[in-house]
Design a binder for this molecule. Structure first.
Ligand code: FES
Length: 64
């Protein structure tokens, strides 16, 4: 749902840096130590869980 909503917002003219996504995942340590929550180079527990779409748009399958 987040993927299609984001794509629709872009179609409507929203700028990627103005689209915020909450990318919460199942977390294990919550401290940036285990890597369980990683999306690309980001630790969701440490760097997020809210990201701008412009931060994660180049990561393959960020919505999985
Ligand atoms: S939950 Fe372990 S690194 Fe994020």
């Amino acid at each position: 749902m987040m993927k299609f909503t984001t794509l629709k917002l872009i179609d409507l003219g929203f700028i990627p840096k103005n689209i915020y996504l909450s990318m919460e995942r199942n977390m294990s340590c919550g401290l940036g130590q285990c890597g369980h929550c990683m999306i690309g180079k980001y630790y969701v527990c440490k760097d997020g869980p809210v990201f701008k779409y412009s931060q994660i748009k180049d990561i393959p399958n960020p919505f999985i």
